[in-house]
Write a protein that binds this ligand. Structure first.
Ligand code: BDR
Ligand code: CA
Length: 307
């Protein structure tokens, strides 16, 4: 089993990523750390507790950064709604742990064997960056960081930048320079995990319990993406969890990646050299292609196991 720390900002697709991780025996979910992102921190923490609670999971939920390393907080109410879960109410979960995410991440890494902990970042990665920047020697405990972030083309938050990268570009730069293996799941990859009405019907037909029902209700409540032609919306964050569970569903290549830290309109843009056009050596693995039917089959099979 792979030890995983999942850093999230629930978030409609974060909820489904969390349930996918909790339903998967290959993953030993040590801790859920939470940042402000899709909604403010109070709300994302409350949601993380409700999501883990609905699954009956005993996993610490640890609050973290309420804002990026630089500048102020900006949420994403247009896609995720004011409550972060597109208006799908979940019963309240157990309270969060009274700790700070970056401290808790460092404590877990300190106790771990070299290259044994997988970090899954599906939010602005402020918490992960704070942990590694304040104790850089812990980088050797990390097996891999899988990040849903960035795009090799246009963004979804600004014309240039994807939401998580744009929300805290400095934090992403810290992770890219931390000396840990980083895998990037970008917008182009998650565009292949398109939730269509037909896929929701197929998921509902699996039956399952309250978690699968809530996951389907959430997916049905998220507006279709105009950016992707209006047929459905991309299920971003579960793709990062699926990378750990079933890498055979992906095609990936090494790539040199950097993030624009300037103050201009390209702030937060990820520069991804897919074709070796620069002299920079690859510093990341880029997930480029997804077997979408295989991904949704995995998702359904796992979510149906939950209460
Ligand atoms: C990312 O931003 C958030 O809206 C989603 O939860 C996902 O992590 C996609 O750009
Ligand atoms: Ca997210």
């Amino acid at each position: 089993r792979r030890a995983v720390i999942l850093d999230c900002d629930p978030g409609t697709d974060d909820a489904i990523a969390l349930w996918l991780a909790l339903a998967s025996p290959e993953i030993d979910l040590r801790m859920v750390t939470v940042a402000g992102g899709n909604a403010g921190l109070d709300r994302t923490v409350q949601n993380a507790c409700a999501i883990t609670g609905l699954a009956g999971a005993v996993v610490p939920v640890v609050p973290g950064a309420d804002r990026p390393l630089l500048g102020g907080f900006r949420g994403d109410g247009a896609v995720h709604g004011a409550d972060g879960l597109a208006g799908v109410g979940l019963p309240p979960g157990p309270p969060p742990v009274r700790a700070i995410a970056a401290d808790a991440i460092r404590a877990t890494l300190r106790e771990a064997r070299p290259r044994s902990v997988n970090l899954v970042g599906i939010a602005p990665v402020t918490n992960l960056a704070l942990a590694l920047a304040t104790e850089p020697a812990l980088a050797d405990r990390v097996a891999e960081a899988v990040l849903m972030t960035g795009a090799w083309g246009e963004g979804n938050w600004t014309p240039s930048a994807e939401f998580n990268a744009a929300s805290d570009p400095e934090a992403l730069a810290v992770l890219l320079a931390a000396g840990i293996p980083v895998t990037l799941v970008t917008l182009e990859l998650t565009a292949q995990a398109l939730v269509t009405p037909a896929r929701i019907v197929a998921l509902r037909a699996l039956g399952g319990g309250a978690c699968l029902k809530a996951a389907c209700d959430i997916m049905a409540a998220v507006p279709p993406s105009r950016r992707l032609g209006g047929e459905g919306h991309p299920l971003h964050d579960p793709c990062a969890v699926a990378w750990l569970l079933a890498p055979e569903l992906f095609r990936a290549v090494p790539a040199a990646v950097s993030v624009d830290l300037g103050p201009g309109p390209a702030r937060g843009r990820t520069h991804i050299d897919r074709w070796g056009r620069s002299t920079a050596a690859p510093n990341a693995t880029l997930a480029e292609a997804l077997n979408a039917d295989g991904f949704f089959a995995l998702l359904g099979e796992r979510l149906a196991r939950l209460p």
